[in-house]
Design a protein around this ligand. Sequence first.
Ligand SMILES: *Cc1c(COP(=O)(O)O)cnc(C)c1O
Length: 507
Amino acid sequence: MSLYHSTRSRAHACSAKQAIRTGLAPDGGLFVSDALGTQKVDVDTLADKDYAAIAREVLGLLLPDYTADEIAACVDEAYTGTFASPEVTPVVDIAPVGGEGAPHAHVLELYHGPTSAFKDVALQMLPRLMARAQAGAGAGERIMIVTATSGDTGKAALAGFADAPGCGITVFYPEGKVSRVQELQMTTQAGANVAVAAVRGNFDDAQSAVKRIFADRALADRLASAGVVLSSANSINVGRLVPQVVYYFASYAQLLRAGAIAAGDAVEFCVPTGNFGDVLAGYYAKMLGLPVERLIVASDKNNVLFDFLTTGVYDRNRPFFTTTSPSMDILISSNLERMLYYVSDGDCELIAGLMADLAETGRFEVPPALLAKIRETFACGWADEDEVAGAIAACWRDNAYLIDPHTACGYHVMEQLPAAPGAAARVLLSTASPYKFPRAVLQALGAEVPADDFACMRALEEATGTTAPAQLAALEAAAVRFADVVDVPGMGAYVESAAQRLEEAAR
Ligand SMILES: *Cc1c(COP(=O)(O)O)cnc(C)c1O
């Protein structure tokens, strides 16, 4: 079944399984399907469905070459017993945000998975989807996932791929540039098929080196003769995007059950954004029939998306800021390409041209008519560091409810931007537990900030009467398994030795 093709050309079509195996289209574009939206999710029966039932329906529509049994097994493995909430992604009420007459406001908590960040929702699913995609491909072949991380992705990917059949995973993080909690989350990871190393360099050095490893033909040949192919778990993979569509429907179902909205009511979502993956999933949900009034793209001080959505010019030639919301410190929002594809009604030629401009000059500009069409669905805003701290404090003051610095960017933008007139409710997506960033949160509340991250956790518990997720608090006493530090030129060899161990373990 051929269904997916590149955003930049229709020349090569492939199945969803092939798209998930490959990650990126051969021409550098992102995999998209023109069937998206031709079939809708049944919104009328949503209130009767739990997370798993909604997930089976959404994934079934978006990944048609997986059998219903395969999808059901993936959903079951990914979400049974792995998330600390029976709702998987629970919705909580907060006071209305956005001035006089603002509608009900709610927070969609996406962080109850094993690593306390929203990436778990997708990275608990991707390995299961990959294993089924792999089953029909090269017999006995194994996949080695290679990822460079600035913090959150690495741990969520490790947790998802640890002991996944037919897979191994190698994660690189910049030495000294992640928080102590983040580093311990990675270096204490269990699993026979995992490898973790610090890199002497910054995140960009590590990321660029991983790209070179993927492009290294000689390395690929050596690995192939050992039965190993390299793949990536980054957020442009269809298998990471699709699971995120589910929680938009699941939040709507919860609001219906709570009586907060009536069937058919339109809802506005505010989404803290970096790579544009999370908010794009909301756009997919809209195309699949969810009554989405508007999607608000919330950025931190790296506000390249705000400028794009305001002027139509995307320009990455700008200073890079390191903020308290590191997972949104991104200047190239890769998944934007998919939104441009759908809003332009699948104009591959236009997309290929824009992306060529971006590669050559770091900049592109969309035609005014296209910008107007984008703005019918997407609003935008951003928060600087003081505003993030202010939002954490304001949300605590008004609701006795703690949010992390990423979520706080969205909260601030909701404070600034009045709700769309047609929205019956506003939903803020919360992307990380405040306890992943205890130092920044404690500081925002105006409390004394101890030097040690775990002392910050305990101080935050005392100051707020809330409790840190057990898996974060337990890190302080967990045994470190990986103390490897490599230079950038040594990363390829590190991957190769990890692949060798994978191959030996399989014999
Ligand atoms: C990755 C991440 C984001 C940004 O998500 P995108 O899909 O890249 O837009 C926001 N918050 C947290 C905590 C994250 O880990």
